[in-house]
Design a protein around this ligand. Structure first.
Ligand SMILES: [Zn+2]
Ligand SMILES: [Zn+2]
Ligand SMILES: [Zn+2]
Length: 472
């Protein structure tokens, strides 16, 4: 008779589905007693919702296919998926590791299940949102890039690739999450020079003739005759009697006395040019772009983990989708915005009559509101505020949404007085968003009029950085 405590333990045992490829009995895993399936498709089609899945494939390709199908599935994508053995780092990265014993398996599953409690149930979350949730469920998880020579970028984050929406670039998805402060780097792991044209990392570094660009260069010994100053290849000086100058016929006996070696050490077989340093070029093997190594893009690959902001976003949903309400009228792309600001700064320096205002708006408590209030209520509050904000913006102003907290307003030909009026109206927006229970959307602003510019502000990024800090 089982006693009460074993009963409790039995009840807590997770439901495990096992994927066993044909021909493998999976005998050593007697602790995984749940239903068995021949592959991922069969499990997905069965409608069975296990707490965890143990995978016993027979080869790496199969392991990858199974893991990819399960991770892409809305129902099972976040579940603990454990492998019976390692299949190499790019495959293992899609799993929750190797199950060495029933005990380690149960521990892993229980840890993930415990985190599930703190998460708002949102079906069909996909892309970056699913990735954030995945990381939230695994607090110590660090996303690491994996070297993969088959991949055009050479390095990739397998999990990001599998979670990315169709047509979305997994690497860029992570970059965006990092820029928005939802992921934070744990350390730089690799820097990969990449083609500025297509982003590929498969590059050929070739030495070319600086005069004609030919790759047909060869090292050569050049001799310099002291008597007449002639410079020629060693072969041209070689005679039966030893070295003698082909121009003045002087015998070259002692190096440093009769002759020396000229600095040029390379010759081009196409144009016969001589040179000391070949010109190094990088050729992209993907798009055949040929360029200087200095022009290559450097892609940085970090270990990445969920930040505190990312944790909040995973628990409450991203405030990013609230900002879609603002994106409708945020007509300026960040890059275009900074370019325009740079241009205005230049103009301002040269022409006294040019003036402009720059305002940084920071929604300081949006994440907190989103964490504490029902989603539809925050969305309603924010929508009302966004509509009023839109009404404040003149068609000549440039409005840009930067991230999940900051927006920017660039006001051309606006004197200090005009800007003060606007700042007052923005403060009123926040005031007007106050609800019956006293909650409201707080907006902090930091503004600068071109009249206040000094020589320390050299460019748009610096100016924006200064205002961002001031709005904090
Ligand atoms: Zn040449
Ligand atoms: Zn000579
Ligand atoms: Zn390329």
């Amino acid at each position: 008779m089982p006693n009460a405590s074993t009963n409790t333990r039995l009840r807590r045992l997770p439901a495990i589905a096992t994927l066993v490829a044909d021909g493998d009995g999976g005998a050593p895993h007697s602790w995984a007693e749940g239903p068995r399936f021949a592959d991922a498709q069969q499990l997905l089609a069965s409608g069975f919702a296990p707490d965890a899945v143990l995978l016993i494939p027979t080869e790496a390709r199969q392991a990858a296919t199974w893991l990819e199908s399960l991770r892409r599935d809305a129902r099972l994508g976040l579940a603990p998926l454990l492998l019976a053995r390692s299949w190499g780092e790019s495959v293992d990265a899609l799993s929750d590791g190797i199950a060495t014993s029933g005990e380690s398996f149960t521990r892993c599953v229980a840890a993930i299940a415990a985190r599930h409690v703190g998460i708002a149930k949102r079906e069909a979350a996909d892309g970056d949102e699913r990735l954030l949730t995945f990381l939230y469920l695994r607090p110590d998880y660090i996303l690491k890039p994996v070297a993969d020579w088959r991949h055009e970028r050479v390095y990739r984050y397998p999990l990001a690739d599998v979670f990315a929406r169709a047509g979305e670039d997994g690497f860029l998805m992570l970059e965006r999450l990092r820029q928005r402060g939802l992921l934070e780097p744990t350390g730089l792991l690799e820097r990969v020079p990449s083609c500025p044209g297509c982003g590929a990392g498969h590059l050929l570094f070739i030495e070319t003739c600086p005069q004609c660009g030919s790759i047909d260069t060869a090292p050569q010994n050049f001799l310099h005759c002291y008597a007449c100053g002639n410079v020629g290849t060693q072969e041209q000086y070689l005679t039966h009697q030893g070295l003698s100058c082909p121009k003045c016929s002087a015998r070259l006996r002692h190096i440093g006395v009769d002759y020396d070696r000229a600095l040029e050490t390379l010759v081009c077989r196409s144009c016969a040019g001589r040179f000391t340093e070949p010109e190094v070029k990088a050729r992209c093997l993907q798009c055949h772009n040929l360029g200087a190594p200095d022009d290559l893009t450097q892609r940085s690959y970090y270990g990445l983990r969920l930040s505190t902001g990312g944790e909040l976003a995973a628990r409450t949903g991203q405030v990013g989708d609230l900002f879609k309400l603002i994106d409708e009228f945020s007509q300026a792309h960040p890059e275009y915005f900074t370019q325009t600001l740079d241009w205005l700064l230049d103009l301002c320096r040269r022409h006294q009559e040019v003036q402009f205002g720059l305002v940084c708006l920071k929604f300081t408590n949006l994440r907190l509101l989103a964490a504490g209030l029902p989603r539809h209520r925050v969305a309603q509050m924010f929508d009302a505020l966004a509509q009023r904000l839109r009404a404040l913006i003149r068609t000549t102003d440039l409005f840009m949404r930067d991230d999940d907290e900051h927006c920017w307003l660039l006001l051309p030909q606006t004197p200090q007085g005009g800007m003060d009026v606007l700042l007052g109206r923005i403060a009123a927006l926040s005031e007007d968003s106050t609800q019956d229970d006293g909650l409201r959307i707080e907006i902090a602003t930091a503004a600068l009029s071109s009249a206040q510019l000094d020589e320390r502000i050299t460019d748009a990024r610096l100016l924006m950085g200064t205002l961002r800090n001031r709005a904090a």
